[in-house]
Design a binder for this molecule. Structure first.
Ligand code: HEM
Length: 550
């Protein structure tokens, strides 16, 4: 009885006391929104609609300036909206803002906990430095460039899907079409096997598992997140209790995580067998149904030469000189799906939306793509040189719709108090980069609400007027030491996919879903998500007698 009393009655009072004395609550140097003791600013955030954090942060920047604080429950955030501050935090003051400060994931316990907390996105301190530097060789341009033939082959397979949609004369929501393609690219380049996600479709284990990697709060109802924010020091307990109440949901999501773990573990074992190093293999979570299924599906597949998983098995920890353990490698493989799957499909979807919305831009992009052949033999640098306009369309789409929100990435924790600009940020403060606002700020972009491809096209006479006016005003991949490690592969993939689409089809908006003149509304999830999807029509280009599409 006494223990329950402490948890349910007395603890919230201790929690409130801790909150009142927390550095972020006491920090008076920030202008802040009015908040209450329990929900913080949650009700105000909700008053803007479902998942509209990017809009709320824009509004608050207009009201309170480039630095302010707000609270989700009793969790405090410092929002910075000035590129100078982002530059300082990710550069000169990096030592004080070394980590993202993501909570340690405790659901699952034991090995699952270890697996989660080894992800590059979550790792902190010296461990992050070692892991990041050790991974760098796997993401070198010359390694990534080897994947061009496979990416092109998969993009061609995707064209077959769009052909069918075009012939059926219907429109389609593009994201669910593109997501299996990006997953197949990760399958082939990182895991060195064919996931066959495009073939198997939505209901396949791999697509379901990848989807779960992007579910905020492990798919638990919003009330769980709310309670954790109101009583942050009880959040681990709240999560554990909720996991018992919503056992089925949690185990479904966990099976997704562990399925990918099982796939990676089976592949690592096969590479180690090839190298006669089986002694290095330590299995992950046998007995867990997701894990066992992953192992079963891939137990006799050998990852291709040049795949990230093979390179990781052979790589060495730069600090100890030792090879990575199975759990280190499988956790990294999982990160590649979590960080690279939804994001890449998102930028390609937004770029297609922009091409469909502005036919004159599409025409210019088509002119550039139409004669291009042999993409499968082109390195990333050569492709970007050959496709400056299409690259600029992707860049401007990412400016307009920055794909990643500051919910998991694009944030840092102050590990020591530091001065940024003329603001003292207290130790323990969690800082969010307000990238959506920075990308739409008139100080850094002329006509920020306009879609102007030439902002990213140095050869254009418009470039000087429209280009970003600050080096840190364009942050789709973040900045500094934590900048996205996979951005080249993502852009390579998007360029090939868009070029092939342009060569083969004209794309237009389905006006019943996107009425003329209407703006695309988005939601802030872990990525920026188009509300209701992006619905496009694909019309095959007429083949001219010369064999060139019109
Ligand atoms: C267009 C697609 C992508 C976008 C927009 C994107 C964006 C980002 C952003 C904004 C961050 C956080 C940076 C920061 O906090 O400063 C990040 C980190 C990361 N991304 Fe990406 N990403 C994409 C694709 C990929 C791909 C394909 C991979 C891997 C195959 C990947 C792997 C990672 C990893 C491992 C991190 C953590 C880096 C660290 O903390 O050291 N990303 N990404």
């Amino acid at each position: 009885m006494d223990a329950w009393y402490v948890v349910f009655v007395a603890w919230p009072c201790f929690d409130l006391e801790a909150w009142h004395t927390s550095p972020i609550h006491l920090a008076k140097q920030f202008i802040h929104t009015t908040h209450d003791n329990f929900a913080g600013n949650i009700s105000e955030i909700r008053s803007y609609g479902y998942r509209q954090l990017h809009v709320v942060l824009q509004k608050w920047t207009a009201d309170y300036g480039d630095v302010f604080k707000y609270f989700t429950g009793r969790v405090g955030w410092v929002v910075v909206s000035h590129p100078d501050m982002v530059q300082q935090i990710t550069g000169r003051e990096f030592a004080h803002f070394h980590d993202r400060g993501l909570p340690v994931i405790s659901v699952g316990g034991g090995k699952l906990k270890e697996f989660f907390n080894k992800q590059l996105l979550f790792v902190t301190g010296k461990d992050w430095e070692i892991l990041r530097s050790s991974l760098q060789p796997v993401f070198q341009p010359k390694v990534l460039d080897q994947h061009a033939p496979e990416i092109t082959r998969l993009a061609q397979e995707l064209m077959g899907k769009f052909e069918k949609i075009s012939q059926a004369g219907v429109s389609c929501n593009v994201y669910p079409q593109l997501a299996p393609y990006t997953l197949d690219v990760i399958g082939s380049t990182a895991f060195g096997v064919n996931f066959n996600a495009m073939d198997k479709g939505e209901s396949s284990d791999i697509v379901q598992a990848a989807k779960y990697s992007f579910l905020p709060n492990l798919g638990l109802p919003p009330i769980v997140g709310l309670l954790s924010m109101v009583f942050p020091s009880l959040s681990s307990f709240i999560l554990r209790v909720s996991a018992l109440i919503w056992k089925d949901r949690v185990s479904q999501v966990q099976n997704g995580f562990t399925y990918i773990w099982g796939v990676a573990a089976a592949l690592v074992k096969n590479v180690l067998d090839d190298l006669n190093q089986s002694h290095r293999y330590a299995s992950g979570m046998p007995g867990n149904s997701g894990y066992d299924r992953g192992v079963e599906c891939y137990h006799d597949e050998k990852p291709t030469e040049g795949s990230a998983i093979r390179n990781l098995v052979e790589a060495k920890n730069i600090m100890t000189g030792e090879q990575f353990s199975t759990i280190d490698i499988t956790a990294t493989m999982y990160t590649m799906i979590a960080a690279g799957y939804e994001t890449t499909a998102t930028i390609t979807s937004f770029s297609l939306y922009s091409l469909a919305r502005y036919p004159e831009i599409q025409q210019k992009a088509y002119q550039e793509a139409k004669g291009l052949q042999n993409m499968d033999t082109m390195k990333y640098d050569e492709l970007s040189e050959r496709l400056p306009y299409i690259s600029a369309v992707i860049s401007e789409s990412m400016r307009h719709y920055p794909p990643v929100t500051p919910i998991i990435a694009l944030k840092r924790e102050a590990t020591r108090g530091a001065h940024v600009g003329n603001v003292a940020i207290p130790e323990g403060a969690r800082v969010q980069f307000n990238v959506y606002q920075i990308h739409h700020d008139e100080r850094w972009y002329k006509d920020p609400t306009e879609f102007v491809v030439e902002r990213f096209l140095p050869s254009s006479p418009k470039y000087e007027d429209f280009k970003p006016k600050h080096k840190y005003a364009y942050l789709p991949f973040g900045a500094g030491g934590h900048k996205c490690i996979g951005y080249r592969i993502a852009l390579h993939e998007a360029m090939i996919c868009l070029s092939l689409i342009l060569q083969k089809f004209t794309v237009s908006l389905d006006e019943s879903m996107h009425p003329k003149g209407s703006e695309l509304c988005c939601q802030s999830a872990l990525t920026l998500v188009p509300d209701g999807g992006i619905w496009l029509k694909f019309e095959e280009r007429m083949i001219q007698p010369s064999g060139t599409p019109s």
